[in-house]
Every structure is written in structure tokens, then in C-alpha cells.
Design a protein around this ligand. Structure first.
Ligand code: EPU
Length: 420
């Protein structure tokens, strides 16, 4: 298992390009299962999770042609299997996204039930309840979801108990090929849901309201091929901006979309960052000053994303003052806190709130990543620590950050990967 060794203390300073969004790429790759003709997807990030979904499609017999710029042409006309096996689903929960498209297009699907997760229990009951309301027969046998429908799914009014991103996406994809109209109420408003809806509409779907809390999907008979570029990764963007702020540095992130980061940029402004932005870039400059601690509460979009919570916590460890961070989306997403405290941070977790009193600097220690965003936060902690921090289990980071050490090196960080 590879590790990252980071020698802290360098102020980040430089320009980098942002990759395509992981959490858009996954549902859009799954959506290709709905099409009658080949679909081409571009701006896919070269990440482990994307590779896993491509492998999952390949195992079903789907034909994929990948070029050297990670543009993928997907042709599902050769599909033979309608299964997502446990060995792939256990490495990536988002594999559940093939359930809706398989069921809607082919009338059947067998998908392993995702197991436990490091950040919370993360059930998929709302996905299943929605599909049942659309006429699916669903049984869970030996850890597998067996779903089928006699003719076609039918439209339904679905009111989601909790805002769920992949749940909204799964149901929207299923409804695209259902008979009649489906309304998804209390839908997720995340930009990745909008990107998926835009791609489906290009394939011939009839979806309105994506980006609001009610999505209306008028089912169509068939969906066609298209060509779609995924949106920039807003979480990768935010992670590098926070890393620059924590190190009192300067950064320009290019090929991004500032309009997707309002809540994050507002917090960075509160931290004292000087932020300028253009159509597809953001520049942040701390002018060498220590960040001020920020307080925040995570919630579904457009509020502060849970996927940025750990990185803001890392910035607070070395900020001026006390920051109070409340996590409302996942019940167990503070695993990074203990690791940061081992590096000299002063964070007290009370229930779903982390109270952090900023210290002058952290001290290097061997630390272990527990999930994707926690790993990113430990890298930020390493960047502001005295000495050499070794971040273990970085396979988590490779699931969501393309070329992280190269990008940080471009910004002047001292970071290297060592094979175990
Ligand atoms: N929930 C239920 N029942 C369901 C579905 C969700 O109770 O059927 C609950 C979850 O337990 C959680 C809340 O609803 O408490 C929100 O979870 P959601 O379903 O929105 O999460 P997700 O769709 O599984 C996506 C992202 C996550 C991101 C969350 C929240 C993808 C592939 N994953 O997960 O991204 O944290 O939304 O924004 O889009 C990451 O990239 O590191 C990551 C974890």
C-alpha cells in the first residue's frame, strides 16, 4: 500500500488545472446503460472510482473504447450480464447507480447491497422504495438486490424522506424510460444531479427542474447516443483552495466553475482569503497571513458540502481563534480528528460537532486515512506540520484526487509517494 510523505512548511504558490467531477462521472457512466446507441463521455478524471465503474460495465459485456485523454465511448448493445457483484460494489458504493438504468432499460438487475461505510451507515432504502413505487419487484436475497419489472416501470410521485444525491440520480435515470410522468420531491439539488439531467436530456430524455427540489421526468420510449463533457470537480477545487489558505499561500485554479462553490468561497472569505474569479478560474491569496478559524454546518447543496468538512477542519487546526464545525449529513465523519490531534491539533468532538482551537503549527506524525475526504484533510495537515508526515492508506485518495502529488508539487509542496 502506497504512502505519501509530506514535508510541511512550504507556502503553496502556483496555478493548477481542475479535473472532471468524480461524482458526475459515475452517474453519467451508469446512464449510458439507458441508451440504444453509443454515448461518448469526456473530461472524465483518471481515478480509481471511475476505473471501477468502467470495469463494472465491461464485466456486463458492455463495449468501451477509452482514448488517452480519458474520453470513453460506451456501447451497451453487447450487454450480456445485468449484475453488479459484491467484489466491485464493496470497493465503491456508487456501483448502486447501475440499478435504476438496468431495471428501466432491460427490466432486470442484480446488484450487491453496499455494506457498511467508514463515514456512516449509508442505507439505500430510498432508492429501493422509489423503484418499488414505480412498479419494480424487489427482493433482497443473500446480500443481493434482485430487481425486476414485468413490462416497463411507470411514473410515480416520489417524496424522498432525506435528500439523497445518488438516490435522486438512480430514480431520475429509471424514470427517464418509464411510462408516464415521475415527480421527485425533496430531490437533491447538487450540480452533479443537474449535469446528469443535462446529459440525459441530450440523449432524448424529458427532464425539468433539476437543480431545484422538485424534478419532473416525462418518460420516453427510448434514449439515444450523445456526446457529453462532465463538469469540473467542485470538491477537488475546494480542497486545493483550502490547502492554499491553510499554508498562507496563493493559488489559481483553472478549468473550474466558481458558480458551483458559493458556500465554500464565502467561508474562505471569512477566513481572510482574498478571492478573485473569472468564468472558469478562481484565485485565492492569503498575502502570507494566517487564516481565521471558520464555523460552519454541512448540509445538502447549496449549503456547505459534507465533502469539504474535513478539509475546513484541517485549516481550522492552524487558524487564529476557535472554529465550530457541525456535520449534519453523515453520522460518523470525524475520523480525521483523532489523527489531527495526534499531530498536535486541539479539537474536541461533541456529538456531531467538532470544536477546534487553532494552534501555531502542527507536528508531523504517521497518520492513517479512513476515507477519501479524510485523506485529503490529512494531506493538508501534513502541509502545515513541522517535519515529515507520513499518510498511510492513500488508496482512498486515489479514488477521488487525480495526480494529487503532481498537482501539489506544482504548487511548491514537498510531497512524494513511496510504495509500501
Ligand atoms: N440516506 C438514507 N437512505 C438512502 C440514501 C441516503 O438514509 O436510501 C442518507 C445517508 O445515510 C446520508 C444522507 O442520506 O445520511 C445523504 O446521503 P446521500 O445518499 O446523499 O449520499 P450518497 O449519494 O451515497 C453522494 C456522494 C458523496 C457525498 C454525498 C453527500 C457520490 C458518488 N457520492 O453520496 O461523496 O458525500 O452524496 O453529498 O455522488 C465523496 O465524494 O467523498 C463522497 C462520499
Amino acid at each position: 500500500m502506497d504512502r505519501l510523505i509530506i514535508t510541511g512548511g512550504n507556502r503553496l504558490d502556483g496555478d493548477i488545472r481542475i479535473s472532471g467531477s468524480k461524482n458526475s462521472s459515475l452517474p453519467i457512466l451508469a446512464a449510458t446503460l439507458l441508451a440504444e446507441q453509443p454515448v461518448t463521455i469526456g473530461n472524465l478524471p483518471h481515478l480509481q472510482d471511475v476505473t471501477t465503474l468502467i470495469e463494472l460495465l465491461g464485466r456486463m459485456g458492455v463495449q468501451l473504447v477509452i482514448d488517452d485523454r480519458m474520453q470513453v465511448e460506451v456501447d451497451v448493445s453487447t450487454i450480456q450480464e445485468f449484475q453488479a457483484p459484491y467484489e466491485l460494489v464493496k470497493t465503491m458504493r456508487a456501483s448502486i447507480l447501475v440499478l435504476g438504468p438496468l431495471l428501466a432499460h432491460f427490466g432486470k438487475a442484480v446488484v450487491s447491497l453496499p455494506g457498511g461505510c467508514a463515514i456512516g451507515s449509508r442505507p439505500v432504502d430510498l432508492h429501493l422504495r422509489g423503484l418499488k413505487a414505480m412498479g419494480a419487484d424487489i427482493d433482497v436475497v443473500d446480500g443481493y438486490i434482485h430487481a425486476s419489472v414485468k413490462k416497463r416501470l411507470h411514473g410515480a410521485r416520489l417524496v424522498l424522506d432525506t435528500v439523497t444525491v445518488t438516490g435522486t440520480e438512480n430514480l431520475m435515470m429509471a424514470a427517464a424510460l418509464a411510462d408516464g410522468v415521475t415527480y421527485i420531491e425533496n430531490a437533491a439539488r447538487e450540480p452533479e444531479v443537474v449535469d446528469l439531467a443535462n446529459c440525459l436530456n441530450k440523449m432524448g430524455a424529458n427532464i425539468t427542474g433539476a437543480g431545484t427540489d422538485t424534478i419532473t421526468i416525462e418518460g420516453v420510449e427510448t434514449l439515444n447516443g450523445t456526446n457529453h463533457q462532465v463538469i469540473p470537480d467542485r470538491i477537488e477545487t475546494g480542497t486545493y483552495l483550502i490547502a492554499a489558505a491553510a499554508t498562507r499561500g496563493r493559488i489559481k485554479v483553472k478549468d473550474t466553475d466558481p458558480t458551483l462553490l458559493d458556500a465554500v468561497l464565502q467561508k474562505l472569505g471569512e477566513a481572510g482569503a482574498d478571492i478573485t474569479q473569472g468564468e472558469n478560474w478562481i484565485e485565492l491569496d492569503m498575502h502570507g497571513e494566517r487564516p481565521k478559524a471558520v464555523s460552519l454546518k454541512t448540509a445538502p447543496y447549496p449549503a456547505l458540502p459534507t465533502d469539504m468538512q474535513a478539509q475546513f477542519t484541517a485549516m481550522n487546526t492552524v487558524a487564529e481563534g476557535t472554529g465550530v464545525i457541525t456535520e449534519t449529513v453523515f453520522e460518523n465523519r470525524f475520523m480525521h480528528v483523532q489523527e489531527m490531534n495526534r499531530m498536535g491539533a486541539n479539537i474536541d468532538v461533541q456529538g456531531n460537532t467538532a470544536i477546534c482551537q487553532g494552534v501555531d503549527h502542527l507536528k508531523a506524525a504517521p497518520v492513517m486515512a479512513t476515507d477519501l475526504r479524510a485523506s485529503a484533510s490529512l494531506v493538508i495537515a501534513g502541509l502545515v506540520a513541522e517535519g515529515d508526515t507520513c499518510v498511510d492508506r492513500i488508496y482512498h485518495i486515489d479514488r477521488g484526487y487525480e495526480c494529487i502529488e503532481e498537482k501539489l508539487q506544482l504548487l511548491g509542496a514537498s510531497i512524494r509517494r513511496v510504495p509500501a
